[in-house]
Design a protein around this ligand. Sequence first.
Ligand code: SF4
Length: 442
Amino acid sequence: MRDLQILLRQHIGAPCKALVRAGDRVKKGTRIAEPTGLGANIFASMYGTVTKVTEEAVFIHPDEEQEEAFEPIPEGSKLEMVKAAGVVGMGGAGFPTGVKLGCDLNGGYILINAAECEPGLVHNIRQLEQGCEKVIRGVRYCMEISNAAKAIFAIKKKNEKAVEVLREALKEEPSMSIHLLPDIYPMGEERAVVRECLGIELEPDKLPSAAQAIVINVETISRVAEAIEERKPCFSKNLTVVGKLNGGTQPHVFMDVPVGTAVEDLIERAGGIDGVYGEIIMGGPFTGKATTLEAPITKTTGGIIVTIDLPDLHGAKVGLLVCACGGDEARMRDICAKMNGVVTSVARCKQAAEMKNGALKCERPGNCPGQAKNNLQFKKDGCEYIIIGNCSDCSNTVMGSAPKMKLKVFHQTDHVMRTIGHPLYRHLRVSKQVEQLPEYSR
Ligand code: SF4
């Protein structure tokens, strides 16, 4: 096994400060870095010896023999233990959970984000199917810490088995309920969860606390329970490996992978890459980024996806339609370059509002304002192709005008969807009957 590479920045906020030096022996659970501002403690994920410390990471050579036991965090109040354990939003956001839970909801809501919105990723749903008791205990702790009176599991209706398991488990939990979400991207967006569960539309710059709510991901909640019940530091990650792999394209779920494990090690555990491939993506098809075999997984890594080759556009002019819910402009330029296209025009959805930190947030997730104006711009700029990263509803509106203007559409997730046999994001058909699920068609 190659050395673990444990990044000093695995959360929103500044990088942590390393507390170890080359040559130091570490146990599983040894605190190896501490926050310098907003952030969370970072721990060794295996027994071993520190080989190198850089500005970005601590490298650890793992021992041949590994014990199950770990170095526990100090005892304290429940909130202190969540903070000490370095728990962060493990759905990808990376916001320190101890800070999030530190607010007084004054009888409000814990909203459990079980949308698992990125297509292809299944580890959160698998966790509910196989270990929902720990998640429910974690919800109780979150409610107690933040003074919430109710909790709602937000989960897509298509996950029938997990919904059934939850229904059964919540029979004795009068303060907890389930809200079924449609299978539309981005239902897992924080404000979309608030809107769906509570009927409150938050402005892009508002946090769920403005609706007396905290939105928290399934795995994050189970790490809260581990911190409080087992005094366990947050040093491992659940994730899905999927794509062009030997043995087929079905997803492989890995629970409790040591943080710092190389992408290549996990791909090998999933069967290895099947021949020629296009990209390796860390994260989901919409919001993930291209990565390398050497890159390490962090507390926020949700998926590793190996894709088929990308098409060759032979130098064609390409327009990029940047959306708040898909890849950023840099990611779309990266895809365009890999397809041998030339970026000739860039447009941003008018509902993609830029926040103070430069990030884009959708003003009304899942409700598209129409994209005909942007398509006209692409046409005027001489584009033959457009690359889009829009959500379900917005891809639908792009398709309302692009083909008529003879613009060929490539969604940034196309090569992933083709790899895993998922319908492409193009036309959305939502049934008028609430009880029926929406479908996509090619
Ligand atoms: S409305 Fe605009 S910003 Fe929001 S999801 Fe759709 S395309 Fe993206």
